[in-house]
Design a binder for this molecule. Sequence first.
Ligand SMILES: [Zn+2]
Length: 252
Amino acid sequence: MCPLCMRFSGSAIHALWECDAAKNVWAGSSKILQKGVSGMANMIQLMEYLLDRVESQEMEVVLVQAWLIWNQRNRFVHGGKFHDLGWLNNCAREFLEEYRTAQEQMRTKHVMQPNQDTWQPPPQSVFKLNFDAALFSGLNRSGFGAVIRNERGEVMAAMVAKGPEVFCSEEAELIAFIEGDNNFAMKAISALKDDQSMLGNVIWDIQHLLRNLQWLRVECTRRGGNRVAHVLAQFARNIIDDMYWMEDVPPI
Ligand SMILES: [Zn+2]
C-alpha cells in the first residue's frame, strides 16, 4: 500500500505519476503535465508518452521534478513532511538552472586552460602538484620530477627520482604521477570509466589514490606551465639516489 495516499501498490509509476501526492506536484507545472493522463503501465510507457509531447528542455524539468517527488516520498516515509507544492516546482527549475550554470562554468575553464603557457597558481588553500617524466634512451632508465607549490608559488616539496626502463612517455608519466603536460595521461586519469588499455591497471591505481583527496582537479598544461617539473625530471639522469626537498627550493 502507498504510504501517502493509502491506496494501490508501491510501484514506481504510482509513486511518481499516479499517486495523489505526485499529481498535486504535476498540477502546478506545465500544461501538458497538468492533464496527467492515467492508465500508464509503467515508467517506460510514461517516458515514451512524454518524450513525444514535451520539448527536451521541459523534459529536463520533468526529470528533476520526478526526482524531487521521489525524495519527498522518502522524507515522508522516514517521518518528515511533504514540502509545499509551490516550493517543489520552483525548486526543480532552480536546481536545473544551477546545474546548467555549473556545467557552463566547467566548460569555460576547460577551454581556457590549455592556452596558458606559464605556470598558474592554484586557488587559495589548495596545493598544486606538477610532474614530468623523462626517458633516457641508452641508459635503460627513466627519471621523474615533481614539485608541489601553494597559491603564492612557494615550493612546499620537490622530488627527483630514478625510474625503471619504460617504453613510451605515457607509461613514464603515469608511473610518475597532478598537473602534467601529457594530454593522454591526464585524460586517462580524469576519465571516470575503467581504462581497458595496456596501462589500465596503473591508471586505476592512480584514480583510487586520488579518491582520498577532499578536492581535486586534474589538468593538462602546456610545456611552459610545467617547466620546473620538466627540469627536475631531466636532472634524474645523473642522480645516484632519489632526492627530496621539503619547503625548500631544489638547487637546480
Ligand atoms: Zn499513493
